[in-house]
Design a protein. Structure first.
Length: 328
């Protein structure tokens, strides 16, 4: 049996060959990427040249179409009645925000169906004021303050060691109610009508009443605890020392006086929080009311530019299609 000796010199050309192959593959890859980028710029250049070539060839047709589009947008704005658009921010304290928003969005369905009589009944408004409303929508918005609001909290572990932590405040989310109306004088009455409409919903009113009842029972329980602690404290303080005997020797034992001041103060703080919470237990409360604007929304410039660009694009597309048919 013959043993083959490995030669280190024979392995060196193989490693050099692999390095050369890797460099060739890398070079071809970058070369392909370079050609792809070059082809892309070439295509963009030809496309832009073709666009301007066709636009210059039929410039007078495209100019006429653009002017006609702008004129159409201008007269469309003139013929459309002006309207006012404003927003109101509200917060829900009892019922889920989604349920409140769905309830408000049901008004838009009445408007879309043209059922102004039923809409006026639901909002408790005269039908003449309801006829001017043509858009109501409720969605959600996050009010972001400048910078990041933080607060210091103290956490206690299982061993009773307290540590300070800085946490970011949660960004509050509100319900945004947007309306569009052709009449500006009844906007404030409309805001009150929307709040009334939500509060008188049977499910929302029931949940609000239940939450207030639970809050009131919690207040009663805490008031009872405060009275009991004050009674215990009154009985404990000022007691006479007791006389005890050890064998035949009498001696006096002073009663240990205990006050419940800290416990009472803590309970009073919880009671004040519940009372404040009770005042805020409403279906919705307004954070920012509707702003009655003096001037209606002006979309004249927007419509002129939009229809001018639309007429130009349609005309250019037709001309491009026509040129393509000539080449076939």
């Amino acid at each position: 049996m013959q043993l083959k000796n490995s030669n280190p010199m024979s392995e060196q050309p193989n490693s050099q060959q692999k390095e050369i192959d890797l460099l060739n593959v890398t070079g071809k890859m970058f070369s392909g990427i370079g050609k792809g980028i070059q082809n892309l710029f070439t295509w963009l250049k030809r496309t832009i040249q073709g666009f301007f070539r066709l636009a210059l060839k039929y410039w007078w047709i495209l100019l006429i179409l653009t002017i006609l589009g702008g004129a159409f947008g201008y007269f469309k704005t003139k013929l459309t009645k002006p309207y006012f658009e404003t927003e109101m921010l509200v917060e829900a304290s009892v019922v889920n925000r989604i349920q409140i928003a769905d309830r408000i969005n049901s008004l838009q369905k009445m408007i879309r169906d043209g059922n102004n009589t039923f809409l006026a009944k639901q909002l408790s408004l005269p039908i003449k004021e309801v006829e001017h409303i043509f858009f109501i929508k409720a969605d959600f918005i996050n009010i972001k303050a400048e910078g990041r609001a933080t607060r210091m909290v103290i956490r206690r572990d299982k061993d009773g060691v307290e540590t300070e932590h800085i946490v970011e405040e949660i960004t509050p989310q509100f319900i945004r109610i947007k309306i569009r109306t052709r009449e500006n004088e009844s906007i404030n009455r409309l805001a009150q009508a929307i709040v009334y409409f939500v509060e008188n919903d049977s499910y929302i009113a029931e949940q609000t009443t239940l939450a207030k009842r639970v809050n009131f029972l919690q207040q009663e329980a805490i008031e009872f605890e405060i009275q009991q602690l004050m009674l215990f404290q009154k009985k404990n303080i000022g007691k006479s020392p007791q006389v005890m005997t050890a064998g035949n020797t009498p001696f006096m034992v002073q009663n240990e006086e205990r006050t419940y001041t800290n416990e009472i103060l803590e309970l009073k703080g919880r009671l004040a929080s519940l009372q404040r919470e009770h005042e805020l237990l409403r279906s919705i409360f307004v954070i920012q009311p509707f702003t009655p604007f003096e001037n209606p929304v002006d979309k004249r410039l927007k419509n002129i530019l939009m229809f001018a660009c639309l007429f130009f694009a349609v005309g250019y597309g037709v001309l491009l299609f026509r040129e393509g048919l000539k080449r076939v």
